[in-house]
Design a protein around this ligand. Structure first.
Ligand SMILES: Cc1cc2nc3c(=O)[nH]c(=O)nc-3n(C[C@H](O)[C@H](O)[C@H](O)COP(=O)(O)OP(=O)(O)OC[C@H]3O[C@@H](n4cnc5c(N)ncnc54)[C@H](O)[C@@H]3O)c2cc1C
Length: 469
């Protein structure tokens, strides 16, 4: 019999770790605070629709992960050829952007400036040996000032904050782009786009994205694992540097769950409070790792469909949201005929104007924007509501690696702890990466590696993750 493992958090990252561990023969218990599983990858029911938390697709360039996804969901996967556009200068353009699409919109002077800036950036990038120091420098080196100011600068302000203060790691993870030579070949159409910069297709689980975490949970249970929901971890029992048990409270009942290894996918602030109760110094250090919040504005419209895209980017400041996503574009059976539901995602910070705005106000702002963008008319609005989530966007500031290193060093004092997940590890990622992290942890344990060594391996591994639109 192998030693028991406790996994904190039942989002995709926690469930993936539990799935691979349970499959490998470890007795696993997942402790999830909320009543439902799946975290941000879960689906929910409202107004006759099955809805996701913004646009979620399944795709991966991590070797072997697409096969894992096929193995888990098989015939329940719908394969989509991706359809995306971006709203710029009052028009809808195909995404990823091409200069051919963009230049005719700009007028001759601006087009020439943008084209020249782009060419200079490409040529500069071919010869420059200087590594970019920030998000801004990364994008300028690859696309030039014109494209930067038009698309990437406003997008950064909307989603992550001041682009001069953002780490180049964010740009590498979020805007994968090949080297200068390859960009020129693509521009001249001498080379096709490759699947590590643009997903040619993606999968969507039939019945809602939440089927993915549900499937993981079913596999955990099938392999003998235990999953507790509405269960709050309230204390960690430590002997010297080792966490020996997790004390939880589930529906008023307290329980001590022994553990030889602790895997955590919950926010580091929550974990630090459990590991170092009342330690203001640790709390302050963890607070240095900033996470932005998320408001998802859902609109139910009196029309069968709104757009032909899976999602549309809205980088310009005059639109209150980052993206528009129509649920039925993933699976038309997710809502009743004659009605459609869309989701507008807005990044915000607790206490700012968006976070504090009343629900009706955010619904009105998003609806007004859709009308202004020529997509619908005001009387089509049937219903609207907002879901808000704290701390979901890890902010990669230029000094985030040092800050993260300090926090990791404190948390590693618990010698049988491994972190995983997006918020759990402070790693800007997608669910395919969470699956990979779980597989990596179980693989390390099967090879007899100690938790700290697995965690260090994971730190190295997550640097290569890329989010492919
Ligand atoms: C708008 C948007 C679009 C996205 N698009 C995609 C996409 O197209 N494809 C894709 O693969 N990914 C996408 N993602 C990213 C994806 O949502 C994340 O990678 C994934 O949800 C991270 O999973 P996680 O388990 O790490 O975190 P979470 O989903 O946050 O799960 C953490 C879990 O821990 C629980 N928890 C928190 N605190 C405690 C506690 N104290 N005790 C116990 N449990 C606790 C929470 O309730 C939650 O269930 C998108 C995200 C957003 C916001």
């Amino acid at each position: 019999m192998k030693d028991p493992v406790v996994v904190l958090g039942g989002g995709v990252a926690g469930l993936a770790a539990a799935h691979y561990l349970a499959r490998g023969g470890w007795p696993v218990t997942v402790v999830e605070r909320s009543a439902t599983l799946g975290g941000l990858c879960g689906s929910f029911q409202s107004h006759g629709f099955t809805l996701d938390h913004g646009p979620h697709k399944l795709y991966s360039v991590v070797p072997g992960i697409l096969d894992e996804i096929r193995g888990l969901l098989g015939a329940d996967l719908i394969e989509h050829k991706k359809r995306n556009r971006i709203r710029l200068l009052g028009r809808y353009l195909d995404y990823p952007l091409s200069l051919g699409n963009l230049l005719p919109l700009l007028g001759p002077v601006r087009a020439a400036r943008l084209g020249l800036g782009y060419a200079a950036a490409l040529l500069g990038g071919m010869w420059s040996r200087r590594a970019p120091a920030s998000y801004e420098e990364y994008v300028l080196q690859r696309f030039g000032r014109g494209v930067y100011e038009l698309v990437f600068e406003p997008l950064a302000w909307k989603v992550w904050g001041d682009p001069r203060q953002l780490s180049v790691d964010l740009a590498r993870a979020r805007i994968p782009s090949a080297g200068a030579t390859e960009l020129i070949l693509r521009l001249l159409k001498l080379k096709e786009d490759t699947e590590d910069v643009d997903a040619p297709f993606f999968y969507y689980p039939r019945g809602g994205f939440g089927r993915f975490p549900e499937r993981l949970a079913a596999e955990v249970r099938r392999a003998g694992g235990r999953i507790l929901t509405s269960s709050a971890p309230c204390a960690l029992e430590r002997v010297d540097g080792t966490v020996r048990a997790v004390h939880v409270e589930t529906g008023g009942t307290a329980e001590r769950i022994p553990c030889a290894t602790l895997v955590s996918s919950i926010p580091m602030s929550a974990l630090a409070r459990l590991l170092y109760p009342g330690d203001a110094h640790v709390e302050a250090e963890v607070a240095q790792l900033r996470l932005r919040d998320l408001a998802l504005v859902y609109l139910v419209l009196d029309q069968d469909r709104l757009v032909d895209d899976h999602w549309i980017f809205f980088p310009e400041k005059r639109y209150p949201f980052n993206r528009l996503f129509e649920q039925k574009s993933m699976d038309p059976s997710l809502g009743p005929p004659g009605l459609t539901a869309v989701c507008c995602d807005i990044t915000c910070d607790e206490g700012d104007a968006v976070w504090a705005a009343p629900e009706a106000e955010l619904v009105r702002r998003c609806m007004d924007a859709l009308v202004e963008a020529g997509l619908t008319t005001p009387e089509k609005l049937r219903a609207g509501f907002v879901r808000r989530f704290r701390s979901f966007y890890p902010m990669y500031t230029v000094d985030y690696r040092e800050r993260l290193g300090r926090v990791y060093a404190r948390l590693k004092e618990a010698d049988n702890l491994v972190l995983t997940g997006r918020v759990g590890m402070f790693n800007y990622n997608n669910s395919d990466h969470c699956l990979d992290m779980g597989r990596f942890i179980a693989g390390g344990m099967a090879a007899g590696k100690p938790p700290r060594e697995i965690w260090s391996g994971l730190e190295e591994r997550v640097r290569s993750y890329r989010i492919i639109d």
